[in-house]
Design a protein around this ligand. Structure first.
Ligand code: ATP
Ligand code: MG
Length: 562
């Protein structure tokens, strides 16, 4: 039987990619694997990227090898330095280290250009003047072969000259492209003379105005992998049909290395959208507060929400790596953070929707310091002092004017236990007759029940949380629900995904009161408010104005809804 976590992990069968790598090491094909994570810096990373990060960096860690962080920055019109920084920050935060292996595809623009000239010299590339529309027509369809471009058989000299003029900015955007000369009749559309360079008179975030032609993704990616001596180039399934092209470039150019591309199924998560383009729309249309809105499934959103790096790594580990497309329920991610926080988050008390209780037989000037456990199952996490006073707050939902029999909380004549303190019995309540709102309730306490037990053995069924009305600290609390109200907001092509936004995904409580030990909590502090869930201090929180975000409730509330 396994006795430690590491042994349990070691027993887990390898996924198919790790198996391939193990075989390659055993056969001596490679001494050590080299992987890479290649984001395009055109947005923030999301939970899908985390799957790829955990896979690539995880393999490196397990093999004492390295994983490169490479920014695939070949499209200057959409890419920005802000994204580069956020991506680095997110990868680091997830717990991974690229060491000295930070690269940019733009570092290879010279190599890529030289390789393109080589292709032209070999008669394997040509400058084409078809416009975008004609190009589409000539391309053919899945059932119909393409037609060869009338420019396909230009001489090497003419191609060299035109490509040079493209590079020198002498030709207009869209007027010429460089294409690989492969096979217009190939059943694989990617092989029908794909474009490898286009003219774009746009400055690049790293190379400035040096270039006005930029290489295409398929051409750049394989050569970048080869130049970095990547052994296993791991990507998602939609690139399966691009693999022949990946291999074609590297075979024809006889690059110093020929990495093996292996595809795995991307992460699809219910109740969210997972494309940067769509996340970008939510941000730019102010449907969320930014890339790090705690409802966003971006790494920065999850961080602000209170997710831990370990919970995300554990989630990725749990869902595993496979070859078949599948959907993961959002509940799996939520469980993963719940499991982690259950271990590490100190328990505290906070009243989200306060109702004042006056304990009529408690001395007015008195304050008692009551000891509360920071984690009932972990004495090593210590205790803290909770001031107890004649006036306290309890949760409005913990009182009912006419409670049903099974309501084990407060109601006229009902007795409950205040967590760590005394039994109290409700004797009276005050109601605003115009609004019908209960404004305060009156109780008596039993001084014999300190610590939560009655010497006469009488039992109470309910224990409720509370905060001293004198010492409690005001706080603003954000309660979050899922951003979308259906499992797959993308499913119906006729309905825009934004139609499925959950209008109740954010509730802001402005009058909450939390126990005084939380005064001045630093942003990022994680706690469990007893009975209410796990919360994290927001990055905008200050000593004067505390803000908590609810990371996740104590139970999966969506399970019941279904
Ligand atoms: P998006 O569709 O969100 O724009 P992308 O694939 O265009 O994502 P890139 O920056 O190109 O974003 O992705 C970097 C890496 O992350 C790629 O190797 C890509 O395969 C991987 N990746 C992106 N989305 C997922 C996902 N949902 N599951 C697993 N890996 C993913
Ligand atoms: Mg991409």
């Amino acid at each position: 039987m396994a006795t430690s976590e590491t042994e349990i992990k070691a027993e887990k069968p390898l996924d198919f990619i790790r198996q391939i790598i193990r075989d390659d090491l055993a056969s001596g094909k490679h001494k050590t694997p080299v992987t890479r994570f290649p984001p395009e810096p055109n947005g923030f990373l999301h939970i899908g990227h985390a799957k790829s990060i955990c896979l690539n960096f995880g393999i490196a860690l397990e093999n004492n090898a390295s994983c490169n962080l490479r920014f695939d920055d070949t499209n200057p019109s959409k890419e920005e330095t802000e994204y580069v920084e956020s991506i680095k920050n997110d990868v680091k935060w997830l717990g991974y280290d690229w060491g000295d292996n930070l690269f940019f595809s733009s570092d290879y623009f010279d190599n890529l250009y030289d390789y393109a000239v080589e292709l032209i010299r070999m008669g394997k590339a040509y400058v084409c003047c078809l416009d975008a529309e004609e190009m589409r027509e000539y391309r053919g369809t899945l059932t119909e072969a393409g037609k060869e471009s009338p420019y396909r058989n230009r001489s090497v000299e003419e191609n060299i000259d035109l490509f040079n003029r493209m590079k020198n900015g002498e030709l207009a955007e869209g007027s010429h492209v460089l294409r690989a000369k492969i096979d217009m009749a190939s059943p694989n559309l990617n092989m029908r003379d794909p474009v490898i360079y286009r003219i774009m008179k746009v400055d690049h975030h790293r190379t400035g105005s040096k270039w006005c032609i930029y290489p295409m993704y398929d051409y750049t990616h394989c050569i970048s992998d080869a130049l970095e001596n990547i052994t296993h180039s791991l990507c998602t399934l939609e690139f399966e049909d691009h693999r022949p092209l990946y291999d074609w470039f590297l075979d024809v150019l006889k690059t110093p290395a020929h990495p093996r591309q292996i595809e795995f199924a991307r992460l699809n998560l219910s109740y969210t959208v997972m494309s940067k383009r769509k996340l970008m729309q939510l941000v730019s249309e102010n449907l969320v507060s930014g890339w790090d809105d705690p409802r966003m499934l971006t790494i920065s959103g999850l961080r602000r929400r209170g997710y831990t790096p370990a919970s995300i790594r554990n989630f990725c580990d749990e869902i595993g790596i496979g070859k078949r497309e599948s959907w993961i329920d959002m509940g799996v991610l939520e469980n993963s953070i719940r499991n982690d926080l259950n271990e590490i988050a100190p328990r505290v008390m906070g009243v989200l929707d306060p109702l004042k209780v006056i304990i009529t037989n408690y001395p007015e000037e008195q304050t008692e310091e009551i000891e509360g456990k920071n984690h009932p199952q972990k004495p090593e996490m210590g205790t803290r002092k909770l001031p107890f006073t004649r006036e306290i707050y309890v949760e409005r939902s913990d009182f009912m004017e006419e409670p049903p029999k099974k309501f084990f909380r407060l109601g006229p004549g009902r007795e409950v236990r205040l967590r760590y303190a005394y039994f109290i019995t409700c004797t009276d309540f005050v109601k605003d007759e115009t609004t019908g709102e209960i404004t305060e309730i009156h109780c008596t306490y039993d001084p014999e029940t300190y610590g939560g037990n009655a010497p006469d053995g009488r039992k109470v069924k309910g224990t409720i949380h509370w905060v001293s009305a004198v010492h409690g600290v005001p706080a603003r609390i954000h309660l979050y629900d899922r951003l979308f109200n259906i499992e797959n907001p993308d499913a119906d092509k006729d309905v825009n995904f934004k139609e499925h936004l959950n209008p109740d995904s954010l509730t802001t409580l402005t009058h909450s009161v939390v126990e005084p030990s939380l005064a001045g909590s630093a942003p990022g502090t994680r706690v469990q408010f007893e009975r209410q869930g796990y919360f994290c201090v927001d990055k905008d929180s200050t000593d004067e104005s505390l803000i908590f975000n609810r990371t996740v409730g104590l139970r999966d509330s969506w399970k019941k809804k279904k």
